[in-house]
Design a protein around this ligand. Structure first.
Ligand SMILES: Cc1cc2nc3c(=O)[nH]c(=O)nc-3n(C[C@H](O)[C@H](O)[C@H](O)COP(=O)(O)O)c2cc1C
Length: 318
């Protein structure tokens, strides 16, 4: 009788302890999440409410404005957009007053403005391409593109051999050709070729399992947070970085350079540590790290991907 009562008490204590444990974990977890989220909001808001007058920011704004005019030129229905045209002119003049006259952004915006003004003063119908594809001047074949995409693999072991600077630059440049929201082109790169810098970044990135040790060079992908500071827009900046990364990985593969995309978990205010070590401005946020080099150990198993039918939901008559 006494034994049964002791057992009952033990059982109650055990379930009480489980409830208490769940409560503590839950509270801690919520607190950590809230703090992480709050610090992220403060970071973006601080960035948003500052006034910027630096060249990079003005060029970003110019691309944004010129893009709206560029878009008008490709729509079936063209209409005037005087406000944006005025702002484009103001930004060009502002940059010119800072001696920025022949940057690709300024040149492009000037050409867009010219095309826009011509279109305003004429009633030209839009020139559309023939639909049979005969006007295509591309030199690639669809098979080679599919082959490139399907044979790229994540490489985690590299030969101890330097990669020429021109090759690195060619890969980085392909990242710049990725699409970006309203052509803002927010993604930037921090290039590392010193082993201790690569190790430092891997460490503060949160070091997933088996980060490679022998990469010839690495690039930390940075977002310029100034133009996507609203929480509802922020994901755009991350998507742009992803598009730039994929361009680089594919082009590296085309050049027979192995690559790996590494997670940047951003633990313990890693962006602050990164900024301090490399003297970066406070609106640059690291979001990923890539490693490149000549492949030492290629993955032995050809990967599968899930079936299209498992990823697609068709609608309408498709
Ligand atoms: C956002 C993202 C984060 C990744 N992080 C890591 C990482 O931290 N460590 C790693 O070894 N691989 C990482 N990878 C690579 C994936 O593991 C790899 O792309 C996936 O397993 C498919 O293999 P494949 O690239 O060879 O086709 C990451 C990939 C992406 C897109």
């Amino acid at each position: 009788m006494k034994g049964t009562r002791v057992q009952t008490i033990k059982r109650h204590l055990k379930s009480l302890w489980s409830v208490l444990f769940a409560f503590i974990v839950n509270t801690l977890f919520k607190k950590i999440l809230a703090e992480t989220y709050r610090s992220e909001i403060i970071f973006f808001q601080t960035i948003r409410y500052k006034n910027y007058d630096d060249i990079k920011y003005l060029e970003q704004q110019l691309r944004l404005c010129a893009h709206h005019l560029d878009k008008l030129l490709t729509l079936d229905t063209f209409k005037e957009h005087a406000g944006i045209a005025k702002r484009t002119v103001e930004l060009i003049e502002n940059l010119q007053s800072k001696d920025i006259t022949d940057s690709p952004t300024v040149k492009w915006a000037q050409q867009i403005l010219q095309a826009y003004n011509q279109r305003l003063s004429s009633q030209d119908v839009l020139q559309s391409l023939p639909t049979d594809g005969s006007s295509s001047c591309h030199s690639f074949s669809k098979d080679s593109i599919a082959d490139l995409i399907k044979t790229r693999r994540s490489i985690r072991s590299f030969r101890d051999e330097p990669v020429p600077r021109e090759t690195i630059n060619a890969i980085l440049e392909m990242g710049l050709w990725a699409p970006s929201g309203c052509n803002r082109q927010n993604t930037e790169y921090l290039i590392l070729d010193q082993a201790e810098d690569i190790r430092f970044c891997q460490r503060i990135a949160g070091e997933g399992h088996n980060f490679p040790q022998q990469a010839a060079w690495s690039v930390v992908i940075l977002l310029d947070c100034r133009s996507y500071a609203l929480p509802s827009q922020r994901h755009q900046a991350y998507l742009e970085a992803g598009a730039a990364i994929q361009n680089m990985l594919l082009y590296a593969h085309a050049l027979n350079i192995g690559s790996i995309w590494l997670n940047w978990q951003g633990v313990e205010r890693s962006h602050v540590k990164l900024r301090e070590r490399f003297g970066l401005t406070d609106w640059l946020l690291p979001v990923a790290m890539l490693c490149f080099g000549y492949t030492k150990v290629p993955p032995p198993v050809v990967p599968y991907r899930k079936l299209l039918q498992d990823a697609v939901q068709y609608t309408g008559s498709l």
